[in-house]
Design a protein around this ligand. Sequence first.
Ligand code: MTE
Ligand code: MO
Length: 402
Amino acid sequence: MATINRRMFARQIAQYSFGGVLSLNGYSLLKGGMQGGLALAQENARDSVKPDLYFHPGDPRNGEPALAKLVETWMTPVSQFYVRSHGLNPKIDLANYRVRIEGLVDHPGSWTLNELAAKLPLVSVTCTLTCAGNRRSEHSQMKPVGGVQWREGAIGNAKWEGYKLSDVLQAAGIQEGARHVWFEGVDEVKDGNSVFPFGGSVPLAKVFDEQDGVAGAILATKMNGEVLTEDHGFPIRTVVPGYIGARSVKWLGKIVVSDRPSPNHFVQDVYKMLQADTAVQRDEAAPIYRYPVNSVTCLTEQVTGAKATVKVRGYALPTGLAANRIKRVELSIDGGRNWRDATLGSEAADYCWQLWEGEIGLSGKPTELLVRATDSAGYQQPERVIWHPKGYLYNGWHRTTL
Ligand SMILES: Nc1nc2c(c(=O)[nH]1)N[C@H]1C(S)=C(S)[C@@H](COP(=O)(O)O)O[C@H]1N2
Ligand SMILES: [Mo]
């Protein structure tokens, strides 16, 4: 059985990682074009942050931060925020960039960046984004699955600014029978001989599900106060709090209002929980939307003193439901027979992770630390999950050898 352990991973990244110098090729900027000041300012700002990530081998760009750094702050700096892309970063012609809207709307059309800024109020949403494949390498220890072998770093918490998708849809006039909203990127993903854009889909009700002042979905232009970087979807991406990262579509090109979920490959064929990857099961299963409760130990620090003690820190993410919070994070060093509470630190907010810490006394022998979280909606991480061919949503008890 091929186990993917930390040392192997470290060796892989030593071999393949690169410092994250972004290519500037292919950007055509027509100075003094239709867009004016805002777009020019955006063009100048978009590459201000260099990612500080370990990139998984090969193209496209899939990088995650060092775990110890991930829990230094509740808000993840853009440089430490994981990148997950299915195709190469697209070349954006900013002067002609528009987000089109079509389908079951009275006024199909398109928006430029300046039109969005002039006509709609700016809103912000602070939420955690996590890839459905986060922790896949642990899932692969049961039996290997394909796909990027993510460790525990395909997650981050950020403040996103932009425009409510509900405002954009209302301006277009939603027609009777509308039930789902499709998103399409302008990137090109290759699968065998076919080339198509990455796409996502969310129920229309989710778009209008604004709770505690948090919009159900936004079109974001900024991340932590800065213009989106190319890796994170410049100039516009959707952000859908509570949902797996795949529904937050980068480099947004098109919105379609429909009576059904998007036919895009990433909605219909992948990002589904299947027992076997067969046509029958793919057609039977609903797309994954919400992410489940999860927690991970990210940092262990030896405390110097008479007794051997280790300080541990990590993150915990409640199930992606509004007003849901982490209720407790528990630690065990005897295989799950006895548990004691870790201390919840950091802020807590709708759709956000929470950081935690604890202290463990060591016996001298290697000790396996287990962690599990329970949220206020009553969901708790299971000891293990049932193996499935895609390795999504791994949220078994997290194990760290001390
Ligand atoms: N257009 C486009 N949007 C995309 C993707 C993509 O490949 N293309 N990847 C998705 C996936 S699987 C995830 S987890 C998030 C990652 O967002 P990030 O790279 O900003 O962390 O973007 C999503 N949006
Ligand atoms: Mo993802």
